[in-house]
Design a protein around this ligand. Structure first.
Ligand code: SF4
Length: 396
């Protein structure tokens, strides 16, 4: 319990009909029922679907996967650009991976883009008829859970949004709202079964409105029951909310003590040849950033200067010798599980044909063509710094 521990947990299963009702009343007026914000939720003629109507599962599936770690406002332009490039399932299935990763660039978690691509091919094989007809898409939970990158909440989100199937969701927003309503004493991830039962109870209390209820829950978490400064005064659940009654709603969800993340320094070489081309390599397909392109480099060893690191890494990973010159930029980047400092040096290629000893392939490219390759977020600032450096050279 939070500091104001006098508030008592309530039986959410008994309260579910009242909570669902007040939530939907609030959502009808205040929810994000806006085609400019969630275009994937609307029918072809621009209306919010009636309970019996189906909505194109393709756009919903793409949006749900993009929303897994990212907020709606950030996702929207990515979703729009994606739908321009791959407007239908069969177009995505036929696309090459390079184009798919390029469209995903900036969203992070690139394995999700690769799984979307793989899943497009699997879905196309499963859908017997016309993929533009929602009725031809799989509509049961088990089918979706068997696809790569689709967990229970994503599957519930897709099926409730597209087909109004009575399936619950449990994303970060929903966990936070429920944890606060109940002032739940442990981190939600340690009580998943209980949280799923609560979310399912709300769906069961509103027959025929699963689509609306799930959207309402997410909207409540995103607009009122926000991580910081929740707007309890205008919340439809205020009357029954245990965290609010405790006086410290922000104390929920309870979290484990933060871990300190491991930190490493990475020496990176931006290697230029006599033709003014720059050397990039494509990472192996495994791991968080698999398949993306990057400037070569690697971890600094204890006692090593960074210029020695850069020269050694380029020798070990590409079999080339370089002259390590001035520092171009230092970029700090935090991932969910580690922090990295990239110290980037300009290098002059001296000898050795570059070999992909630790990557899929290496390529010399013109600096102005770097935008044609998908890079991890940390590399965007390196590219900017290189282009500013080259503009400065051209001006002198
Ligand atoms: S009353 Fe406050 S803490 Fe409780 S659900 Fe509403 S916004 Fe969240």
């Amino acid at each position: 319990m939070g500091q104001g521990g006098s508030a008592k947990q309530q039986d959410l299963s008994e309260l579910a009909p009242a909570l669902s009702h007040s939530l939907l009343v609030w959502w009808e007026i205040q929810g994000r029922k806006d085609s400019a914000l969630k275009p994937w939720m609307f029918t072809d003629d621009g209306r919010w679907p009636e309970p019996s109507q189906h909505v194109d599962p393709y756009g919903i599936w793409i949006a749900e996967v993009m929303l897994q770690q990212t907020q709606l406002q950030v996702v929207l332009p990515y979703w729009q650009r994606w739908m321009q490039a791959f407007p239908r399932l069969e177009v995505l299935a036929a696309a090459d991976e390079h184009a798919v990763l390029l469209r995903w660039q900036g969203l992070g978690y690139y394995s999700r883009a690769r799984r979307l691509h793989e899943t497009a091919r699997l879905l196309l094989a499963q859908i017997g008829g016309d993929p533009t007809d929602p009725a031809c898409w799989p509509q049961d939970l088990e089918c979706w859970l068997a696809l790569p990158g689709i967990g229970r909440s994503t599957a519930g989100g897709i099926l409730s949004s597209a087909f109004n199937n009575p399936l619950a969701i449990l994303d970060g927003n929903v966990r936070r709202v429920l944890a606060r309503h109940q002032a739940h004493p442990t981190p939600p991830m340690r009580a998943q079964a209980q949280f799923w039962r609560w979310s399912e109870g709300l769906i069961a209390a509103t027959p025929g409105r699963a689509r609306d209820l799930n959207q309402a829950l997410m909207d409540l978490g995103a607009t009122l029951c926000t991580p910081r400064n929740p707007s309890c005064g205008v919340c439809p659940w205020l009357e029954h909310c245990t965290a609010y009654a405790s006086g410290t709603p922000e104390a929920y969800p309870v979290t484990d003590a933060p871990r300190s993340l491991p930190f490493s320094v990475i020496g990176v070489g931006v290697v230029l040849n006599q033709a003014g081309e720059v050397l990039i390599d494509q990472r192996l397909n495994e791991g968080l950033l698999g398949g993306l392109w990057e400037f070569p480099g690697g971890k600094q060893e204890p006692g090593e200067t960074i210029t020695v690191t850069v020269a050694r890494e380029l020798r070990e990973e590409l079999a080339i010798e370089v002259e390590v010159n001035q520092e171009l930029i230092t970029v700090d980047h935090a991932y969910s599980h580690k922090k990295l400092r990239f110290i980037v040096h300009l290098c002059r290629w001296l000898s050795g044909e570059p070999q992909p000893l630790a990557s899929q392939q290496v390529r010399w490219v013109k600096p102005e063509e770097l935008g044609d390759y998908p890079f991890p977020a940390a590399n965007a600032r390196i590219i900017e710094a290189l282009q500013a450096y080259l503009r400065g050279l051209a001006a002198t």
